[in-house]
Structure formats: structure tokens, C-alpha cells
Design a protein around this ligand. Sequence first.
Ligand SMILES: Cc1ncc(C[n+]2csc(CCOP(=O)(O)OP(=O)(O)O)c2C)c(N)n1
Ligand SMILES: [Mg+2]
Length: 571
Amino acid sequence: MTEVAHDSDSTHTGTGGTADTAGETERHGGELAVGVARAHGVETMFTLSGAHVFPMYDGAVLADPPVRLIDVRHEATAVFAAEATGKLTRKPGLAVLTAGPGVTNGVSPIAQAQFSGSPLVVIGGRAPAARWGTGSLQELDHPPILSSISKLSRTVHQVADIAAGVDEAFTVAGSSHRGPAFLDIPMDEFFNKASVPLPGAPSRARREADPDAVAEIGALLAQARRPVLILGTDVWSDRAEEAALRFVEQVGIPAITNGMGRGLIPGGHPLLVTKARGSALGTCDLAVVVGTPLDFRLGYGSFGGRSDAPAAKVVHIADSPGQLAGHVDLSGSAAGDLTSIIDGVQTALERQPHKPDWSAWVDELQTGVASALARDGDLLRSESDPIHPARIYGELLPRLEDDAVVIGDGGDFVSFAGKFVEPKRPGGWLDPGPYGCLGAGLGAAMAARIARPSSQVVLMLGDGAAGMSLMDVDTLVRHNLPVVMVVGNNSAWGLEKGPMQMLYGYDVAADLAPQTRYDDVVRALGGGGETVTDPSKVGAALDRAFAAGTPYLLNVITDVDAAYPRNTHGI
Ligand SMILES: Cc1ncc(C[n+]2csc(CCOP(=O)(O)OP(=O)(O)O)c2C)c(N)n1
Ligand SMILES: [Mg+2]
């Protein structure tokens, strides 16, 4: 890509550039940025208005076809929506934030994208370069604020560099290990025009792992008597879903899924043992962990040791070397394209002289799965009044289609979702991830409605979490994005109330107003909804929500004492 011309004196006309210099059309900064974003697959821009970024809007309007603009009520929602778009489509989502407070309102979701490895590009406005240092409105140097929570964080100083800068941001965000990239562009340069060629469609380079390391993992598996495979978010992000299912079925290894890995092995599959997770992880002799960090969600990478079992060997497979655990004594590891690694491990295992037979181990775990299902069944059918949160899932599960997108935003209420919902397909489960940031819900729901236009979209909200983004129902209504929202309304920050009680014998700052009518909030904003207090009425209310064709919120009053039976708090 070469820089051809730079018109630093031109002003924004609203009609787009038409002059042709050295064979290139002259375009303003917004047109250039949007043109590059489009080449990287962007169809939607999530934003909240501010003059610093007007050129991005003009660029979106002028694009052919135009880029869809979703204008939200809080910048956090815009970035959560772009992040969820990245998770669902596996291409970077785009959020555009105005200078200063617009950018700082986006900080938490950018951190979430960094923690979850979500491909995301955020373009910020910036006070004009020509006035820098003189105290113009919202004159804040953003990149230092974002540098610790993004893969790339920098200012593009000249209009002629915008196309290359935006291309780099999308390439970095969309390459393993995926994550957020942030650029800000001074307002005067954004409105200026330049004649530069736009880059072509991006290509995806495969990163091959060390073949000896891959073969070694095959040999370790051949020796294992009680192995377990754990499949996480990056298996989905790295498009290794077919290899993962093929591997599990052809070698007969029991598997557990987490994060966006849920659904890689469909709910009900004979080799899926997530419901016997405690015994699988506690009594295995080899844990092969693919595409997820060995963090608090996986006992920091310590497996085995339960019921007198010895500590298990651990193998970590990641999409890039920087993701491999440094705090665990690994028996094997490989980093690179996950499809190649999984296929390579299978080939290496099949070449071993000894063919392991893990069917007795799978049967043992499936016995555990069957007892867990029986215990779950009692809770899912609970007639308790006030309603047990599990009853809501008991009514939801039979109504979910295979391609449904289920989103969790909350504490205990979402932990129950994790326990009960076993998706049939990958890529349809959005949870808070290791950053655990409340407030992602409305953004994720609008992203899901756009990315999966014909799928059910169900947002499970704690009442506390609901308060962080519910105003963005207004955005769902204005943009005609019908989703089903279910609030588990226990009138409390439940996940904090229980632990504070446990530690101190009392709690403060954990109660919310009793039985708030969150459905009325949605109705006031132009959607629909109802409050449910009787367990036998949850199912019919869900049917009305799915049939509504508008954003619809079920406000289900639940039992605050029905806390999630938690044995880890992530610390
Ligand atoms: C932005 C943010 N603030 C605070 C927390 C701490 N926190 C974690 S869970 C939780 C309670 C959530 O309450 P609610 O959404 O009502 O769900 P419940 O646990 O009651 O089901 C809180 C406050 C957080 N994770 N994220
Ligand atoms: Mg609550």
C-alpha cells in the first residue's frame, strides 16, 4: 500500500471525495476507515454520537452498500456489541467512540475482549492535532490508557495513514491470539482527504505447530488410561470445531467444554461429560486442555488428586505460544493452528502400536452424568414458591432450538445457566468469561440478533446486571431487534450477598429494591413484558416472549435464598 496524495487543507463536504489523484479516488478519513473495515468483513458499526467521529458516520452512509449504524445509549453497550459480534462471527467487530468520555466509557468492554480473546476494533475520535496542547474539548491522550488492555493502541496522526492503520488494527485483532485493537484519529485529520489505495481482502496465514511436540502429545495419550479433553473458546474462534468433534468421536475420548467451546460436542453426546466434571477432572490421569487458559475456571491447571487419585499429567494446546500456561508443569504442549494440531495429535495417536480403549472410563463418567441429570431434573421441575431459578431453565430448555444464542449477564442466575444449558451447536453461548464484567447483556443481545437473524436470541439477566444496560432496550426498539430477555429477579446482588454472609455472618450493599418491575421499564421504552411469580406460569410466559416479535422481558421473581451451590469464587 503506498501513500499517493494528502490534502491537508480540505474540509468535510458530506458528499465524499471524487477527485482522482494518480489513479486513486480522494476520500476523507472516515471513508478510508470504513472502506478498510468493509474489506475486513464489517457490516455493522456500533456507536454513540460525537462530532469527533462524524467522518465515520459519513463514511458508513456513503459506502455502497452502506454500513449499518447501530447508535446506542451508552458506549459500553457499543463495545460489548462489537465484542460479541467478533465472538459470534469470528471476524473483528467495530465500535466507534467519540473522544474523551466516549473512549473511557468503552474501557471495561475492551478489557473484556482482551481477557476473552475476542477480535475487536475500536476507533476513537481525538482532539484536533492542530490544537493539541492548547486545551481543546476532551483533549485526552487515549492510547496510554488502553495499552495494557489491547493488542495494539495508537494514534494515526495523518489522514494518508488511516487506511494502513485501520488495516493493521483489523489484521492484529483478527490474528491469533485474537483481541482488541484501538486507534484514535485527530479530528482535523479525520475530516481531511487523501488519495490512497484501499487494501484488498485479508488472508489468513496458518501457524503450524512443532510436529515433534504434536507427536509427543499423541504418545502421552496412548499411555493414558483415564484421559479427559477440555475444549474452550479458542477452538471455536480458531475454526477448529470440525477437527475437535472428529477427534473426540474417532478416538473415543471423554470431553468437557467451556466458554464458547460449549456446543462443540453437542449436548447429550455420549462422549460429553461436562456434567461429571468434578470426577472427570479430579480422577483423570491426563488432562488435555485445548484453546482455553489454565485459569481459575480450571482449578489453575491442577487435575487429579481426588479420591486418592494421583496428580494428573497436563497437556496444554493453544492457538499461539503466548497463551501457553507458564505456571503449570506441563507434560506436553503445542501452539499454532488448532485444526492442524488436533488432526496431528489424532494421526500420532493412531500410529502408536498400542490402541487405548477408554470405554470403561467413559462408562464410569457417564454414570456420573446420569446421576447429575437426575439431580438436575428435580431442580428443573421445582414447584417452590418463590420460584427457584432452576425452574426457569426447566421451562426454557425444551423451548430452545439447536441454533439458539443464549447470553448470560449476571451472577448466580448465569451460573445456573452454565449448569443447565448444554448447547447443541458451538458459537451460540456468550457468558461473561474470565473478566466477569456485568453489563454486557444488551450489547451482546443486539449483536446476536444482527449476526444470527433467524435464531432465537435469549438474554438471561440477573436483576443487578439488568440495571447496568437495560436503557439500551431503547436501541433494540429503535432498530427493530427483537430478543427475549429473562430477568432472574432475586432483588439482590446474589452472588455477592451469599459470600458476604458466609464470611461476616451479615451482608451490606447487596440488596436491591424488592420485586422491581423491569418489565415496565421495557414497556416504557417501547418493548413488551410481564412479571411472573408462579412457577407453573413461566413456560407460557416464555412462549409469549418468543412469539412477541418485539424486545420482550420476563421479570421472574425468584427466591433469594436459592443461591448457586458454588465451590470456587475465582480467587
Ligand atoms: C461491572 C461489575 N461490577 C461488579 C461485579 C461484582 N459482581 C459479580 S456478580 C455480582 C452480583 C450480580 O447480581 P445479579 O446480576 O442480580 O445476579 P445474581 O447473582 O443475583 O443472580 C456482582 C455485583 C462484577 N462482576 N462486574
Ligand atoms: Mg440478583
